[in-house]
Design a protein around this ligand. Sequence first.
Ligand SMILES: [Cu+2]
Length: 114
Amino acid sequence: MKQIIIIFLLIFINSAAFAHSQLTEILPKDNVTYNEVPPQIEMKFKSEVKLVKIDLIRVDIKEKIKLDSSFVKNNSNNYSIPMPKLDAGIYRFEWRALSTDGHIIKGKSDFEVK
Ligand SMILES: [Cu+2]
């Protein structure tokens, strides 16, 4: 009986760990230098998420860049946010999303504009 319970627990823990969504594509990409900045911030996820926070920071002068916040919408697996005009510099884009299983997933892209 104990063994059966342990097996069920393991299955449960595994499925919970793998149930949350994953980022499959992002623009701007991490660790990339752009001569021409992508016209949109693009994010694609394996399954639907609710994007809850995005930040674009110009790291070299510690300046936060204003982004269009109308991305706040219902669950989607595809987000597209207009890219503001960026001067040459070093940037970090950070994002945070709520997966439908209730878990928060997050990531960042460090990129340079020449
Ligand atoms: Cu999860």
